[in-house]
Design a protein. Structure first.
Length: 136
């Protein structure tokens, strides 16, 4: 019998939602971390850290975790993006962007592009380039 999971660490709301979602999917699948590790390329420790709440795991870990549980990797990615966006946004600072139709300056365009980048999870540029077909 495996020991019970430790409570989720104190963290931001969206990270807590991601971790709770991953834990629930694993519980519903009935798999232990060791069984999940055997089904994937991830170690048991990596899978355990993904559900600790001590930090946002890599997107690849979240997607593999979801697939191993039979859950939607796309939903896992959506929750991951929310957690990354919340992590990157300054505490208590609400950024008000003008509507995209009214962007007239480079500064406004830059602000919108930066916001889109953060809403997509602030992935490394190398990942974005690969997704775009590696054309630079």
């Amino acid at each position: 019998m495996a020991r019970p999971e430790t409570p989720v660490a104190s963290c931001r709301v969206s990270l807590h939602a991601l971790v709770s979602w991953l834990r629930l999917r694993r519980a519903q699948s009935g798999l232990s971390l060791a069984q999940m590790s055997q089904r994937t390329t991830m170690s048991k420790a990596t899978l355990s850290r993904a559900t600790s709440g001590h930090g946002i795991p890599a997107l690849s870990v979240v997607r593999v975790f979801a697939q191993a549980c039979g859950a939607s990797p796309d939903e896992a990615e959506r929750l991951w993006k929310q957690a990354r966006y919340e992590e990157r946004s300054p505490l208590g600072e609400a950024t008000q962007l003008i509507h995209l139709d009214y962007v007239n300056t480079y500064a406004d365009l830059h602000a919108h592009l930066l916001d889109m980048y953060h809403r997509d999870g602030s992935r490394p540029y190398r990942d974005l380039e690969q997704q775009a077909g590696g054309n630079g």
